[in-house]
Design a protein around this ligand. Structure first.
Ligand code: CP
Length: 327
């Protein structure tokens, strides 16, 4: 098992299966039906240099529910990086204070650079358009749970990924993860200019995923099991891209799309946040209340999965099992 969680690249299929099993055992603790204080005295450094709601809060909650305490830093303004401190120095300092570090940063590769300066476990909570491995793990946990509920097999499943596949780090991590579970079918639908990087398509195809690229959502997706849609990450656009970018509803996942192009058991996932501004077009609110919309079950799954990540990185799984047996 890895010493940091920086990329899906560091995980084998056995590692992921193990994390999924540990996450399932964490459910009663995540829901506070059972209590363990296994991380009492331990401190998490929760460093977010980019906006976040669910990743930051769910990592905080997961560590707290295991008995640990959390130091949050949000935004460069409140960190000494605003005074020019390097990632190396910040990492060396934080390692003296914390037992684990979660970090989000706008630059791809920055979390790995930070991690290379310390032996304290570091979790990449999103490095620009790079990766977001804990999100992919909770997405996969959600897919396995939803499939189990529906009596579906993972083998040969068909996943449609749509939205911003270029800058969406969650889909970069998820497609790598799914490639470990080939054979599966993946259909990619992205607006022009926001396609999945070709090197990722080539890589996962070699690993056995059957990848098809479609121009838009106006197709027959009646055998799709999961629609995974993402927000258009306009904050990562160059000035040139921003100018005149106006996305049509052709890429929006809404009730009519699901009813007319998919099927009654197709689930809809989104890493969130979904964009609720008037010109947004990722995921319509008209699916709110529809049982196929799995987005809030997905966010709830963030707690047990992140607890499993801490338990594994900090090597306290056996102690937790013992604690849960004794209560
Ligand atoms: N899914 C996700 O990363 O959400 P936040 O940006 O709110 O953390």
């Amino acid at each position: 098992m890895m010493s940091h969680l920086l990329s899906i690249d560091s995980l084998s299929r056995d590692d992921i299966d193990h994390l999924m099993r540990v996450a399932a055992k964490m459910e009663p603790v995540a829901q506070r039906r059972k209590v363990t204080r296994v991380l009492e005295g331990a401190v998490l450094g929760n460093l977010f240099f980019e906006a976040s709601t669910r990743t930051r809060v769910s990592f905080h909650t997961a560590f707290s529910r295991l008995g640990g305490s959390v130091c949050d830093t949000t935004g460069f303004t409140f960190s000494s990086m605003a005074k020019g401190e390097s990632l190396y120095d910040t990492s060396r300092v934080m390692a003296g204070y914390c037992d684990a570090i979660v970090m989000r940063h706008p630059d791809q590769g920055s979390v790995a650079e930070f991690a290379s300066a310390t032996h304290v476990p570091v979790i990449n909570a999103g490095d620009g358009p790079g990766e977001h491995p804990s999100q992919a793990l909770l997405d996969f946990y959600t897919i396995e749970k939803e499939f189990a509920r529906q009596g579906k097999a993972l083998k040969g499943a068909h996943v449609l990924m749509t939205g911003d596949l270029k800058y969406g780090r969650t889909v970069h991590s998820l497609i790598k993860l799914l490639s470990l579970y080939a054979p599966m079918r993946i259909t990619l639908v992205a607006p022009p200019g926001l396609e999945m990087p070709q090197h990722l398509i080539d890589r996962v195809s070699k690993q056995g995923l059957d990848v098809e690229v479609c121009a838009n959502l106006n197709n027959d997706f009646s055998d799709v099991d999961v629609v995974y849609t993402t927000r258009i990450q306009k904050e990562r656009f160059t000035a040139e891209m921003s100018e005149g970018f106006n996305l049509s509803r052709d890429y929006t996942v809404h009730k009519a799309f699901l009813d007319q192009h998919c099927n009654q058991s197709t689930i809809v996932m989104h890493p969130l946040p979904r964009d609720s501004r008037p010109d947004a077009n990722d995921l319509d609110v008209d699916l709110n209340g529809d049982p196929r919309l799995a987005i809030f079950r997905q966010t709830d799954n963030g707690i047990p999965v992140r607890m499993a990540i801490f338990a594994t990185l900090l090597k306290v799984e056996d102690q937790i099992e013992k604690d849960l047996r004794d209560v």
